[in-house]
Design a protein around this ligand. Structure first.
Ligand SMILES: O=P(O)(O)O[C@H]1O[C@H](CO)[C@@H](O)[C@H]1O
Length: 325
């Protein structure tokens, strides 16, 4: 156990680290927010009707010659995953009727349709967060669009802060389960009337993250010699945009959380509601409070190394699934 002074020092280091990152992002946000944004804020599940979703899906698949099998959401620091897609057709979110705009750094608001390891993939370079002003149903709406495009597998990625003290920046956490803080307080993208064309009223979440897919990912970790960098862990979704306090981090650890973020679980809920197989991973972008502070340049290098491993993981996953390996 650390003494009071030691805890205060860790908190100060954590705050300094956050301040540097926030300052770096400010300029990019200012540029991104210079133009007005289309944010839709209305009560949960009635915002997008089945017809709305169907129209969006038809527009997207009209651009693809083959039926897509995989959907991908690129998290913060992971927009480069779309570099893997061959000959992509790129659609701006603003060209899809009723799609909100992205307002944060790294979320470019572009949808890619193309081929990855021989499979047709639709990738979203940019997700919607609740703290941007989107309802949870708007945040997860793209998952339903991809379902109606015909995908079978939903691959969800995100950046996360480590809570487990054995994790380092640049590590990858394969998500085996989550804690949905929004849900604890009655906020769920499925609140409101249930449309049975998407799925049943109640959804089992105990098996949300497909075990077979996790096993494949662990195999890949061994194949590429990155097993030490890959962990199997529990993700907690907090509301953001604030980062968690040191006490919140300790609390999260005490209830079994390994990494924390501000997204993803609402997308997993929609994906499971409509019967998609889910595979998710986080790129660890913030160290746990127990670890010493690191210069930004070192952090950036570690994140970059993690990005490369994520790209390798994604392409090998798709190859294995596509070829029943
Ligand atoms: O979850 P993604 O979209 O990867 O983004 C994560 O990174 C941002 C904070 O740096 C938050 O939006 C958090 O949720």
């Amino acid at each position: 156990m650390c003494n009071k002074d030691c805890c205060a020092l860790k908190t100060a280091l954590q705050i300094r680290r956050m301040k540097i990152l926030i300052e770096q992002r400010r300029q990019q946000e200012e540029e991104a927010n210079a133009k007005p944004k289309n944010i839709i804020v209305t009560p949960e599940s009635l915002i997008y009707s089945y017809d709305d979703i169907e129209k969006m899906a038809k527009l997207i698949i009209s651009r693809s010659e083959t039926r897509p099998k995989f959907g991908l959401v690129c998290g913060s620091n992971l927009d480069t995953l779309t570099d893997l897609i061959e000959n992509p057709i790129v659609i701006d979110y603003s060209d899809i009727p009723k799609f909100p705009d992205c307002t944060i750094h790294d979320h470019k608001g572009k949808l890619f349709v193309g081929t990855l390891m021989g499979a047709t993939v639709i990738a979203l370079q940019g997700r919607f967060h609740h703290y941007e002003g989107n309802s949870l149903a708007s945040c997860s709406m793209p998952v339903r669009v991809l379902k109606l495009c015909g995908i079978e597998y939903m691959i969800l990625t995100c950046a996360a802060g480590a809570v487990n003290k054995n994790y380092k920046v640049g590590d990858i956490m394969l998500i085996k389960d989550h804690i949905n803080m929004f849900g604890w307080f009655g906020n769920n993208p499925l609140n409101g009337p249930n449309d049975l064309r998407f799925g049943d009223r109640h959804v089992i979440m105990a098996d949300a993250y497909d075990e077979g897919l996790i096993e494949k990912a662990l195999e890949i970790g061994l194949e590429i010699g990155q097993e030490d960098r890959m962990h199997l862990g529990v993700y907690a979704c907090l509301g953001g945009p604030v980062y968690e306090t040191a006490t919140e981090q300790r609390f999260l650890r005490s209830i079994g959380v390994d990494a924390v973020g501000m997204s993803l679980v609402q997308e997993v809920i929609y994906a499971r509601h409509c019967g998609l197989k889910v595979f998710s991973f986080s790129l660890i972008s913030m160290p746990p409070i127990e670890q010493p502070d690191m210069p930004e340049s070192v952090r950036d290098v570690s994140i970059h190394q993690g990005q490369i491993v994520c790209m390798e993981l994604l392409s090998r996953m798709i190859y294995k699934i596509q070829n029943n390996l």
